[in-house]
Design a protein around this ligand. Structure first.
Ligand code: C2E
Ligand code: MG
Ligand code: MG
Length: 508
């Protein structure tokens, strides 16, 4: 508007200047041939008038064309700015606009008591819609999700899409309680099924939220914090929201660091090793070991085995970890041909494409060890997967000569039907059997479990024996093998050799 006004003023001034100059030239050219002023005036008008009209006409045409060009340019500029700040699919704000608005909200918060929250929303399993029904249907779902989100926020709030199925909201809030309320409303709304063609699909949402109370100075810090909280919401089973906290931040940083570093450790063997925990028979002789994975991280120190296994399972590095453990176990077995060597195998190592048997046999062949010397410890979780392939794999492993043990019996369902369906050689009774409850009850329960195991031909290992009392109970109940800190905690290779020497000297 102001552009076209100044253009008009410019054109009028240019026209006036042209008229003045042209008339001046006309007067100058005619004044010599005219003898009187009246004659001069009479001869000027026929030329000056059409010239003036022509100048006005040309200038107004020129003005109109310039106005057209200018407005076209302005429209293009507006469109470019809209495109640069909006998501073309949903019309929502994009990252750039949301960042600008968060920065503005941070600025206004420092000047007043305004509060705000940033929410990151992810549609659970959206990828399946794309994979199963195609990207066009996926786009339709995203548009519906976008309009649902817009309907839940107040005027002045910003709903943005960062690409994929990742949405963000910048919401003005006046009380901290408003954040969980908004998150709950979103979770409830997003649970409503979507109609996709002739199907209905549910795509609940996970939300990570962070409020201005965290006092970050930059938009990207709020977005990262919301992302951290979203990760926690997904880890907590999805279809829920989590608020960002500093503790959460630390635990997620730890997790991401471990996820990144494990691959390198498995590839190089740096900072990972196996510790060996002895297994003792009723005469007190060491008859075997359980191999346990150990990882010492440069920043976090000793990582609990369970955590390391979880990281490996989630990042699909469990096969690499399992192979590393078996290779170490096989080396150990070769040095101690009279000991039974147990390794834990995660349910994630089983499955249709794992090639578990082939890889395990190759590792043992390379080490020159017979599978009979190796015991694979599996847990009930594997049996609960209802997967025929797992059942087959267990049979194949046993047929190849591996012995199988059911670990942690007593912590899950302790189902007898699993024991009938999946053939194993040993039952490892969890430490809760020998250390929880009254002594009399413990013996009775333990004895019942042992009798049952013996009746179906299984050997019984009592795990986690720490005290003389627990040892007495386990022996009284008829357990065949004992394992626990009473004899020795898991230890490195060198310490195990010393332990074995000392023990053998004692027996001799
Ligand atoms: P698990 O297979 O039941 O191993 C026994 C756990 O009990 C070990 O913990 C061991 O250090 C601990 N333990 C042994 N004796 C005692 C005792 O007297 N008292 C107490 N309180 N604890 C005792 P760790 O090494 O932390 O391993 C925990 C779990 O991590 C293992 O339970 C196993 O499920 C898993 N794990 C460890 N190494 C591996 C591995 O190489 N592969 C797989 N897939 N899982 C592993
Ligand atoms: Mg075990
Ligand atoms: Mg166990």
């Amino acid at each position: 508007m102001s552009n076209s006004k100044s253009l008009l003023a410019l054109m009028v001034s240019a026209a006036v200047a042209l008229i003045v100059v042209s008339n001046f030239c006309i007067i100058y050219m005619l004044h010599r041939s005219a003898s009187t002023a009246a004659e001069l005036a009479g001869s000027i008008w026929p030329i000056a008038l059409p010239t003036t009209v022509a100048i006005v006409l040309v200038m107004s045409i020129l003005h109109q064309s310039l106005v057209d060009v200018l407005s076209r340019l302005e429209r293009k500029e507006r469109e470019a700015s809209q495109l640069a700040r909006h998501d073309p699919l949903t019309g929502l704000a994009n990252k750039r606009l949301l960042d600008e608005r968060i920065e503005a909200a941070i600025g206004s918060k420092s000047r007043s008591s305004d509060g705000f929250a940033v929410l990151m929303i992810d549609l659970d399993h959206f990828k399946r819609v794309n994979d199963l029904l195609g990207h066009q249907k996926g786009d339709e779902v995203l548009k519906v999700a976008a309009s649902r989100l817009e309907s839940l926020v107040r005027a002045g709030d910003t709903v943005a899409r960062f690409g994929g199925d990742e949405f963000l909201i910048l919401a003005r809030i006046s009380k901290p309680q408003e954040v969980p309320r908004l998150c709950n409303r979103i979770v409830a709304e997003m649970q409503r099924p979507y109609t996709i063609g002739d199907r209905e699909a549910s795509l609940p949402a996970s939300i990570g939220a962070v409020s201005a109370a965290n006092g970050f100075a930059r938009a990207e810090e709020y977005v990262r914090a919301a992302d951290v909280a979203l990760y926690a919401a997904k880890a907590d089973g999805r279809n829920c929201f989590r608020m960002f906290t500093d503790d959460l931040d630390a635990s997620i940083k730890r997790r991401s660091t471990l996820e990144l570093d494990l691959g390198h450790c498995l590839a190089t063997g740096d900072r990972i090793c196996i510790h060996y925990q002895p297994q003792i028979d009723v005469t007190g002789s060491v008859v075997g070991v359980e191999c346990l994975f150990r990882w010492t991280h440069p920043e976090f120190g000793a990582i609990p085995a369970i955590e390391a296994i979880n990281v490996a399972e989630e990042t699909r590095q469990i096969d690499g970890l399992g192979d590393f453990v078996l290779r170490e176990a096989a080396r150990f077995a070769k040095e101690h041909p009279l000991l039974s060597v147990a390794v834990n195998v995660s349910p994630a190592q089983f499955g249709s494409r794992s090639g578990l048997l082939r890889r395990f046999l190759k590792i043992l062949k390379d080490a020159g060890v017979d599978p009979h010397q190796i015991e694979l410890e599996v847990t009930e979780q594997l049996f609960m997967r209802q997967n025929d392939r797992c059942e087959e794999q267990i049979s194949e492993l046993r047929e190849a000569g591996f012995r199988l043990a059911l670990d942690d019996f007593g912590t899950g369902y302790s189902s007898l039907s699993y024991l009938r369906r999946f053939k194993v050689d040993r039952l490892k009774l969890d430490r809760s059997f020998s250390c929880e409850g009254q002594a009399g009850d413990r013996i009775a329960i333990l004895r019942a479990a042992v009798t049952l195991a013996h009746a179906i031909g299984l050997e019984v290992v009592a795990e986690g024996i720490e005290t003389l009392d627990q040892e007495a109970i386990a022996l009284e109940a008829g357990c065949d093998i004992l394992q626990g800190n009473r004899y020795a905690a898991a230890m490195d290779h060198g310490s195990f050799e010393n332990f074995l020497d000392a023990r053998n000297r004692k027996v001799a």
